[in-house]
Design a protein around this ligand. Sequence first.
Ligand code: TPP
Length: 322
Amino acid sequence: MQLSREDLLLAYRRMRRIRDFEDRVHIEFAAGEMPGFVHLYAGEEASAVGVCMNLTDEDMISSTHRGHGHCLAKDTDVNGMMLELYGRKDGICGGKGGSMHIADLSKGMMGANGIVGGGPPLICGAALTAKTLGTGNVAVAFTGDGGSNQGTTFEAMNFAAVLKLPVIFVFENNGYAETTASHWSVACKDIVNRAQAFGMPGISVEGTDFFAVWDAAREAVARARAGGGPTLMEVKVPRFYGHFEGDAETYRAEGEVAALKRDHDCLKIFRRRVVEAGLLSDADLDLVDAEVGDEIEASVMLAKSSPMPGPEDLLTDVYVRY
Ligand SMILES: Cc1ncc(C[n+]2csc(CCOP(=O)(O)OP(=O)(O)O)c2C)c(N)n1
C-alpha cells in the first residue's frame, strides 16, 4: 500500500461527502423539495473513490443513472452539484441536466447517463482519443450488473480489446437491476468471468473495502497507461436505498438493508481499518465528518435560495461549442 496520511484523509472525505450528499438528497427529495428523478449511490462509495483516486482530471470517466458518487469521487464541486439537482441556473450544467444528465468535463466526468449500457461505447471514444494522440490518459466506464448484459457493453468491450484501448470497465454489482436480482439476470456466476471471453484481464473486488478497490484499480490503470489494454473489474457493492427515490422496495427481504448498513458499510470498515492500524485517529475522522456535514448543509441552503433558469436561458447550450 502506498497511501499517505493525506491520501487516506482525502479518501475518507470523498466517501463521507458522497454519503452525506446522498442522505441529504434522500430527505430533500422525500420532502418534495427537489425536482426530477433521483437514483442514490449510498453504500457504493468505496468503488467510485477507490477507482477515481487513481485518476487525474485528464482521465475520463462515464457514469450511469446513479452518478452522484462518480461526480463527487472526481471532485466535482459540491455546490454546483446540489444547485444542479435543484434545477438552478448556477448549477454545474445550468440547471438543465439534473441528477441523470449531470456532467463536468473540467474534471473528466463525461456525464451521468439515463441509457443503461450507454457509458461503455462513449468511454471507448475517449480512450481512442487518448491512444491516437498518445496522451497516456485512461478512461473508465462505470456500469451496473444490469448494464453488463447490454449489447452496447459487449461491443465496447470487444472494440477496446481489439484496439488495446486504455479502458477499465468497472461493473458495480449491487445485486439488482431495478427490481431484478442479478442471479436472475446474469447467466454466469460472476460478471468477472466474462473478461476471458473478451480477451482481457478480469478482477473481482469486495466493494466495501476501499483498499481492495484502490489496489485493483491502481494495477488496471497502470496497465492501461503502459499500453496493455483494457481490464474488467467487478466490484461487489451494497445499495442502501431503493432503485430510485420513491421505490417501495417490496422485492427486498425484510431486514436486508439494515443488515447491509450494519455489516457492509464501507465508511465504518474504512474507519475501523485505519484506526486499528494507527494510521488515523477517530478524532481525525470526526473532524472530517463535521466539516463535510457543514459543507452539505451550506450547499442545500445555497441551492434553495438560488434562482431558477429564466426564459432567456431556454435556447442557450443547445449546440456544443469546442
Ligand atoms: C437501455 C435501457 N434499458 C432499460 C432502462 C431502464 N432501466 C433504468 S435503470 C435499470 C437497471 C440498471 O441496473 P444496473 O445496471 O444493475 O444498475 P443499478 O441501478 O443497479 O445501479 C433499467 C433496466 C434504461 N434506462 N435504459
